[in-house]
Design a protein. Structure first.
Length: 319
């Protein structure tokens, strides 16, 4: 019965991940209250939920006090600029949502007696000296570098979340998200998947930073959301990596996109940004053990779906 449904709050609900998470929660029978100030989110990502009686959207900045009437069972804090372009252009906002936003959402969870899940990041590991990265690795982060506004915001958010767990006994979870791709990514957000696809489809040079030997591990969005949902239903409180261990170089990815699109775009090399991580690969042993989770969508399948989304977005017909 409808009255028995649990209520979940998703901050950043109009973003790439927040919108997919909202979809999953609704499919699992939750009522969802989505909160977003639309700084980097877009209502286009949740327009399909218009008219859904179990989804309610609130335009609000979570760095300000959050008031919600009624019961709340789960709080998912996903609000944050999340791409280098965004957090380099919005450094103060990034720090505020990681600090004040985390404090406010934890306060909401505490007041409601709700379970809390923080969306953290593999960027907590910085430019890692350990490979692959385990949750026990403390990281190699430059706290005052240009990327520090995001890295340290998330590291602070993790510390605050654990403090609420230890001091207030709040039921908290922390997911460290590795590179994720799929439909609803912003074309211009600067991350390698939408950047390369958009450039290839529009006949522009593919911008590769450095020599392209730096590696990334790409997780399809449905796999990530499945891991996050499983974590939210678990009794585990320490950080958990959710990502795909399959690693490839940025240059290999560029070549794959060129082949897949049939584009005659060239690769253009540019200087490597400051503190850009040279390697990135999750150790997901803990997720396998605690959540029974591992990625299921092969890269070759997920990238085709993502390409189709961007073709439609750009109104470019398939070859």
């Amino acid at each position: 019965m409808s009255a028995a449904k649990k209520n979940a709050v998703v901050t950043g609900a109009a973003g790439f991940l927040g919108s997919h998470l909202s979809d999953r929660l609704l499919a699992e029978g939750f009522r969802v209250i989505g909160i977003d100030n639309l700084l980097t989110g877009n209502v286009r990502n949740i327009e399909h939920l218009a008219g859904n009686a179990d989804f309610h959207f609130i335009h609000h900045d979570v760095t300000n006090y959050i008031y919600l009437p009624g019961e709340v069972d789960l709080v998912f804090h996903f609000a944050s600029p999340a791409s280098p372009i965004d957090y380099l252009q919005l450094p103060i906002q990034t720090l505020k949502v990681g600090s004040l936003g985390t404090h406010n959402t934890l306060g909401l969870a505490k007041a409601k007696g709700a379970t809390y899940l923080l969306a953290s990041t593999s960027e907590c590991y910085g430019d890692p000296l350990e490979h692959p990265q385990k949750e026990t690795y403390w990281g190699n982060v430059n706290p005052i570098g240009p990327r520090g506004v995001y890295d340290e915001a998330k590291r602070f958010a993790e510390a605050m979340t654990m403090a609420y767990h230890r001091f207030h006994g709040l039921d908290t979870k922390i997911v460290r998200i590795f590179n994720t791709y799929g439909p609803r990514m912003r074309l211009e957000d600067g991350r390698v998947v939408p950047a390369f696809i958009g450039q290839a489809l529009q006949g522009q040079p593919l911008t590769v930073f450095g020599d392209g030997s730096q590696t990334r591990s790409f997780t399809y969005v449905s796999d990530l959301i499945d891991g996050i949902f499983r974590l939210s239903q678990s009794d585990y409180h320490e950080p958990v990596n959710i990502g795909n261990p399959r690693e490839m170089s940025v240059m290999q990815f560029a070549e794959h996109i060129l082949a897949l699109t049939g584009s005659d775009s060239q690769v253009e090399l540019k200087p490597l940004p400051t503190d850009d991580p040279k390697i990135r690969q999750p150790d997901i042993s803990l997720a396998r053990q605690v959540l029974g989770w591992e990625p299921r969508v092969p890269f070759e399948e997920g990238i085709v779906t993502t390409l189709a989304y961007f073709r439609d977005f750009l109104s470019i017909p398939a070859c």
